[in-house]
Ligand binder design. Structure first.
Ligand SMILES: NC(=O)c1ccc[n+]([C@@H]2O[C@H](COP(=O)([O-])OP(=O)(O)OC[C@H]3O[C@@H](n4cnc5c(N)ncnc54)[C@H](OP(=O)(O)O)[C@@H]3O)[C@@H](O)[C@H]2O)c1
Length: 441
């Protein structure tokens, strides 16, 4: 496994300065301040209102161009889908599970996977909301037979029992044994108040923020472990640059407070997001140990990646802005909405790192009927830019290897956190999963 790339105080600044949305936001504020200052002071400058409007539009356009994230080079200029055979529902060769598929980055990921002829299982807490979104996707992609490309299945990460039910229902689908190519642990939320769930093993109350952002996905991945190692699945977990806000002195526990007044939404969220990185590192170690214990070498091995999608214009930010603005939403469009709209990434740009982790250098594509140029293109890209090759167990951003904080890279903390999470969900583990874990202890 590649050594963790750490963020030193100096490279932290470099990392943040390299983020397109931050550069864009700075451009927006400098640009608009400049135009407004000229306008306020410029009674003597004989410019028409039309010119001022054009100047503001130019600032917004420059912001949008700078705010674009990297697009995955693997998919750029593709003449045909990566997997040429159209999926055929449950007998598909290449299947993906995407959690939180009903909006934002997840929804866009689903659309892009379907474009590449992957059969997608949409794991959502609100199936009727998903159905509405699916109609739009199908008409955009001109898909007439929805069941050939998609299956909607209920998964509420707030409830551990719901996660278990989801996996049981998945196992009953009767998919081909090696077909789960991709698992995208995408769902997540910054909750504005504490809310407890009560189905953890030790009877310990677990916060919904911890369960939605980490524990639900932890259980999902553990229950699917036998399928993942058999299929050689790529597992991508959506973390965040917010993990950098997390310090070694703050413990990550299932619940911090039940007092709404003491609730610190960003801290609870950052705890979930650092958990995603520890989870990815510990999961990769278990994949490595599993394959090392096998007599027969596997052609296609399961691997795990963490990514930070960047700051993306989705519903994700809404509850926080409402809170921030004291509920006076009328100010939102002016104060935050306009700069955010132009500087944040679109959902399409936000899903690029996820897609890059799923596809780049994936032997499944080399073995598929995709054109050989795709593989050639990838190898060339990796020679010029080795950091563009997805590194198992590592953090990525902008379709490249990204640095992580020293707390996130701490192997001991990652292992302890795995054991802690396991204790909370042990009662829901299947016999098969427990046997797999016993094998690799
Ligand atoms: N947007 C950003 O700037 C940003 C930045 C860094 C990281 N991220 C991460 O990117 C991921 C996707 O975020 P997004 O921006 O696409 O946000 P989003 O539009 O709010 O989508 C979040 C998705 O998660 C689902 N979800 C929330 N709680 C759930 C639960 N308890 N059980 C099942 N599903 C649940 C939501 O379902 P409903 O549709 O039913 O609400 C929704 O589909 C998250 O993990 C987030 O932490 C986002």
């Amino acid at each position: 496994m590649v050594e963790a790339r750490l963020v030193s105080p100096q490279s932290r600044i470099q990392f943040l300065a390299g983020l397109p949305e931050l550069r864009a936001l700075i451009t927006f504020f400098i640009g608009t301040s400049f135009v407004i200052t000229l306008w306020v002071k410029g009674v003597q400058i004989p410019l028409s209102p039309f010119t001022w409007i054009v100047a503001l539009i130019a600032v917004c356009a420059a912001t949008r161009i700078l705010g674009q994230g990297h697009l995955t080079e693997v998919l750029q200029g593709l003449q045909a889908p990566l997997f040429k055979t159209a999926p055929n529902g449950l007998s598909s060769l290449h299947v993906a599970i995407v959690t939180g598929a009903s909006s934002g980055i997840g929804l866009e990921t689903v659309k892009q996977l379907a474009r590449q002829n992957v059969f997608v299982i949409l794991a959502v807490r609100n199936p009727s909301k998903m159905q509405n979104a699916l109609h739009t996707i199908c008409s955009e992609l001109k898909i007439s037979d929805q069941g050939k490309y998609f299956r909607v299945m209920e998964l509420n990460l707030d409830s551990l029992q719901s996660v278990k039910n989801f996996v049981e229902n998945y196992n009953k689908l009767g998919l081909l044994p090696h077909s789960l190519a991709f698992l995208v642990n995408n769902a997540g939320a910054m909750l504005s108040a504490p809310k407890l769930i009560s189905d953890a093993a030790t009877g310990q109350p677990v916060d919904s923020a911890f369960s939605t952002n980490h524990l639900g996905h932890f259980l999902l991945t553990c229950l699917l472990f036998p399928t993942l190692v058999r299929s050689g699945t790529r597992v991508v977990s959506l973390s965040s640059a917010m993990h950098l806000a997390f310090t070694a002195s703050t413990p990550v526990t299932a619940t911090n407070t039940t007092d709404a007044k003491k609730w610190d939404a960003p801290a609870a969220y950052a705890g979930g997001k650092i958990s995603n990185i520890w989870f990815t590192r510990a999961l990769q170690r278990r994949f490595d140990r599993y394959y090392a214990s096998q007599k027969q070498p596997s052609q296609q091995q399961a691997t795990a990646y963490a990514i930070a999608p960047g700051t993306v214009w989705t519903a994700f930010h809404m509850p926080y802005y409402k809170e921030f603005m004291g509920g006076i939403l009328i100010w939102f469009p002016v104060v935050m909405g306009i700069p955010s709209y132009f500087s944040f990434k679109s959902a399409f740009e936000g899903c690029q790192s996820t897609l890059h982790m799923l596809f780049a250098g994936n032997p499944r594509i080399a073995q598929s009927d995709a054109s050989p140029q795709v593989n050639e293109k990838m190898e060339k890209l990796f020679q010029v830019e080795p950091t563009a090759r997805p590194s198992p167990g590592q953090m990525h951003a902008e379709c490249r290897l990204a640095p992580m904080s020293s707390v996130a890279a701490d192997e001991t903390k990652a292992e302890k956190h795995w054991e802690y999470s396991l204790q909370l969900v042990q009662h829901l583990m299947s016999k098969e999963t427990t046997q797999h874990f016993d094998l690799i202890q």
